[in-house]
Design a protein around this ligand. Structure first.
Ligand code: HEM
Length: 378
């Protein structure tokens, strides 16, 4: 239940050991006035600094204000501990220039080259109403009530300046982002996050996660780019697939999570190894072979996704899957080539559909109480 520091060089919620629960929200900015947007970012930062420490969103609080005024906190987190809450903000391409070409806030020339619109990938089945957004906030916590309270209060504070475009609830982190964590499982029943970038990989984090000086767009130095993909899993089809086939598709065994041909979860996959039949032990179209840095010029991702079940789909099936979240230094060199390869060749594709997509530039951390989210940008 402990609090995670809000201030720091990088935003919390990226290498922070992945919490159990997610509430992710994407907002549309509905004002054209820069001053209103900046004022909201200041208010949000103030509220986020408080809520992540387990306090009310506003300084009066849920129940101490005048009876005739609406409270500055909605109250449902009263009495709950901070629960490891982190709030991580990102700015989408449309904040810099709207789809119809308007530079509403005079920041079009500050858009980082790395924040290039994602290409359309093979088999994409994206729904625009749950994709994109001008601003995202990722709320992670060990208690869903705490994550939902935070997003709800940010939306409340943003009334008239932003409107909620889409949100996603998630449970059961599907990645570990630290070696101290055991690897959790996704809804296909496989350990997910074994070969993830982890908080302890200091040099790799510099190379692959954090924007470095000279990368372009100096205001992003110390930040990172996040890609979100809501991936529906066709679990009923998967559940009728044999264990051997499931393992062949992933390229790891289901029990241990060991690469096929290996024993332990953290054994290096031996992609050249062949079985008695002369076929590679890890198939050419296995997920881990295609996603591995060896197949992608060394590119890695810090994955931080969550499982979701959004009820049923009205056709007698669970509307379930993986809300994939990945942080990186430059999506053009990391997510895009990896997903291009997966979309074309991955044998997992028969069992999944990408239904939403998001891309956001997450600025560096907040250093002190007078700083606010996005100050270096505006
Ligand atoms: C590895 C599942 C989508 C990138 C893995 C592993 C599993 C898995 C079980 C092996 C354990 C591990 O190292 O984490 C899934 C499922 C997906 C999915 C069920 C869709 C529902 C994606 C997407 C990407 C991706 C969209 C990126 C575009 C990776 C990477 C690895 C990996 C980079 C590590 C490969 C390595 O270095 O060995 N995934 N994944 N995955 N996945 Fe996925």
């Amino acid at each position: 239940g402990a609090a995670i520091p809000f201030y720091g060089e990088h935003q919390a919620g990226i290498v922070t050991p992945a919490q159990d629960r997610l509430h992710f929200v994407a907002f549309d900015v509905i004002t054209d006035k820069k001053a209103e947007l900046v004022e909201l970012l200041e208010k949000w930062t103030h509220a986020a600094a408080r809520m992540t420490q387990g306090r009310d969103a506003g300084s009066i609080g849920a129940v101490n204000g005048a009876p005739e005024a609406a409270p500055d906190d909605t109250g449902e987190a009263l009495g709950l501990p901070p629960s490891g809450l982190t709030l991580t903000i990102g700015f989408g391409p449309t904040l810099f220039r709207t789809a119809d070409g308007k530079d509403r806030f005079g920041i079009a020339d500050r858009r980082p080259a790395a924040l290039a619109d994602l290409p359309r990938f093979a088999k994409d089945a994206l729904k625009p109403e749950i994709s994109g957004g001008d601003i995202c906030i990722q709320a992670c916590a060990h208690d869903p009530q705490v994550a939902v309270h935070a997003v709800r209060n940010l939306a409340r504070i943003g009334f008239g300046v932003v409107s909620v475009r889409w949100t996603q609830l998630g449970f059961g982190r599907t990645s570990s982002t630290s070696r101290g964590q055991v690897t959790a499982r996704n809804l296909f029943g496989f350990k997910d996050g074994t070969a993830n970038l982890k908080a302890e990989d200091t040099q790799l984090l510099k190379d692959q996660l954090w924007v470095q000086p000279g990368d372009g767009a100096e205001w992003m130095t110390g930040g990172s780019y996040v890609v979100t993909r809501k991936i529906r899993m066709l679990i009923e089809t998967w559940d009728r697939t044999s264990l051997g086939e499931q393992e062949a598709i992933i390229g790891r065994n289901k029990g241990e999570g060991a690469p096929l041909g290996g024993k332990g979860e953290f054994d290096e996959p031996q992609f050249a190894a062949k079985g008695a039949d002369g076929q590679p032990l890890i198939a050419a179209d296995a997920h881990v072979r295609l996603a591995h840095p060896d197949a992608n010029e060394g590119a890695r991702l810090l994955r931080r996704g969550y499982n979701f079940v959004d009820g049923s789909d009205g056709l007698g099936r669970l509307d379930a899957g993986l809300f994939f979240i990945a942080y990186q230094r430059d999506p053009r060199r990391q997510f895009v080539p990896v997903q291009t390869r997966l979309a074309r060749q991955d044998s997992l594709n028969e069992y999944i559909r990408h239904v939403s997509s998001g891309l956001f530039a997450c600025p560096p951390g907040i250093r002190a109480a007078d700083d606010y989210w996005g100050r270096a940008l505006f």
